[in-house]
Design a protein around this ligand. Structure first.
Ligand code: NDP
Length: 466
């Protein structure tokens, strides 16, 4: 039977959830997985949705099961697996059949694949929200030719998260635009998570709070300006107990953060674009550093830790909350600034307000603040979020609290890489006369690179003393 409206390859965590979501929204879907037993088990476990799912054992069967012109989603690991699947699939397809890579591809790979596809339809879409999002409503960032997106937009918007009646699925632009936006999303996610972990560190090590109190503080923050999925789950993580030991779960988890690379891609791309995203870069560095456990332990033996413990009136919980609010705004300002820079450089016309809107639900960084960011970016798409009136007001109110937290942490030997990078960004970005005049002087001294004078003209040189 060739009546499925769409096909899907790769029934792992994300693919299986996405396939069920598609079926649940009333679309017939054909599925194929490299390991056939997984396909069988998936279909057997699909309950009443099984009627909408056609399991297939070969790629030929998969292709035959889909109505023409076909659309097939790939949900396999990013990299070689995607190229292998495209190579295996293309000879079986008609020229107007659409391949959609929905994994976490590097956007450079998506650019290449779009070019290799030529006239044959290809989309690269970023899907965020983890397994739960994929099953019940992810945030979807599409890239490729608009006409190809339009062919499947009815399915993608139906399965996406919904925010006040607006689907969180948007076409971002040509080629790798969707995967680029997804990568920056993940970079912001790294920084958001890192800043939360840093405030957790102050509560645990600086203020000596137990995990029950920390959980209650996150739960309270989740009712205020910081309301977000990441704050919500941080409270739940802090509240959890290890069934084996009855200790807080956080006490039994090794302090080395994993990563699959998308945050690193964002940091690397930011360097190529000369886009300043120090809080995001600091978060990537913090994950790298967290894995150096032996070296950190040796450092503690050699140098000792800082005093860590703060007298109880050093920092209030309200001050910590304000610091996190300011840090979060600065991190998002950096992420959106990078997207704006890429948009200009790659000629993509990336829709910044739409990006904020698509992140309001379904994805890991969903938060109340993103709704206000969407409004601010709609009012001034070319402006820095820091300058948008609502966020400028918040920063004026809160940067002093961020400063207090960073200063006290420094005095007590507690590392806050992302929050302190955010603060340095804020201070640098409100300093009209910086110190790069010294850099220019040094460059001209040793390399005759020339400098611009404040009273006019480029390409000036010394004189310098010997
Ligand atoms: P899983 O490891 O759970 O599943 C991978 C799937 O791909 C399996 O079905 C596997 O088949 C198949 N596969 C692996 N290698 C190949 C290959 N060489 N050729 C064909 N099929 C292959 O991964 P996820 O579902 O977690 O991730 C899939 C994609 O989604 C990745 O790009 C990931 O980065 C992205 N993603 C993941 C998120 C998450 O939270 N997990 C969130 C957002 C995006 P088999 O059963 O035979 O091994």
């Amino acid at each position: 039977m060739s009546n499925a409206e769409i096909g899907l390859i790769g029934l792992g965590t994300m693919g299986a959830a996405l396939a069920l979501n598609i079926a649940d929204n009333g679309f017939d879907i054909a599925v194929w997985n490299r390991t056939a037993a997984t396909t069988k088990a998936f279909h057997n476990d699909a309950g009443e949705l099984a009627a909408r799912i056609t399991p297939t054992e070969t790629l030929e069967q998969l292709v035959a099961a889909i109505a023409k012109p076909r659309a097939i989603i790939l949900m396999v690991p990013a990299g070689a697996a995607v190229d292998e699947q495209i190579a295996a699939l293309r000879p079986l397809l008609d020229d107007d059949d659409l391949i959609i890579d929905a994994g976490n591809a590097n956007f450079h790979d998506t650019n290449r694949r779009a070019q290799e596809a030529g006239d044959k339809p290809f989309l690269g879409i970023g899907v965020s929200g983890g397994e739960e999002g994929a099953r019940f409503g992810p945030s979807i960032m599409g890239g490729g030719q608009r006409q190809h997106w339009d062919r499947v937009a009815h399915i993608l918007t139906a399965i996406a998260a919904d925010y006040d009646g607006t689907a969180c699925a948007t076409w971002m632009g040509q080629e790798g635009a969707g995967h680029f936006v997804k990568a920056v999303h993940n970079g912001i996610e790294y920084a958001d998570m890192q800043m939360i972990a840093e405030t957790y560190g102050i509560m645990r090590d600086g203020l000596g709070l137990d995990h029950g109190k920390i959980a209650a503080i996150f739960a309270a923050w989740d009712k205020g300006p910081l309301q977000s999925y990441l704050i919500e789950i941080s409270g739940k993580v802090a509240a959890a107990t290890d069934p084996q030991t009855d200790a807080p779960m956080l006490d039994v988890i090794v302090d080395a953060a994993g990563q699959k690379g998308t945050g690193r891609w964002t940091a690397i791309e930011a360097q190529h674009l000369a886009a300043p995203i120090p809080a995001i870069e600091a978060a990537v560095v913090a994950r790298n550093l967290s894995s150096q456990r032996d070296l950190r332990a040796a450092g503690e033996t050699l140098f000792g830790t800082g005093p860590h413990h703060m007298p109880h009136d050093t920092l209030s919980i309200e001050t910590l909350e304000g610091a996190l609010i300011a840090g979060k705004i600065l991190c998002y300002a950096q992420g959106f600034g990078m997207i704006a820079k890429a948009s200009a450089q790659f000629g993509w016309a990336l829709p910044l307000p739409e990006i904020a809107k698509v992140w309001r639900a379904g994805c890991i960084i969903r938060s109340a603040m993103l709704d206000d960011m969407a409004d601010a970016l709609a009012a001034d798409p070319d402006g820095n979020l820091m300058h948008a009136p609502a966020f400028a007001t918040l920063l004026k109110e809160r940067h002093g609290q961020l400063r207090q937290v960073v200063a006290q942490a420094a005095l007590h030997g507690i590392a806050l890489p992302a929050l302190s990078s955010g603060l340095a960004y804020f201070d640098a970005m409100r300093t009209a006369r910086g110190t790069a005049n010294m850099i220019q002087g040094q460059r001209d001294f040793f390399g005759a690179h020339g400098f611009a004078r404040v009273d006019g003209g480029e390409g000036h040189h010394g004189p310098w003393g010997s």
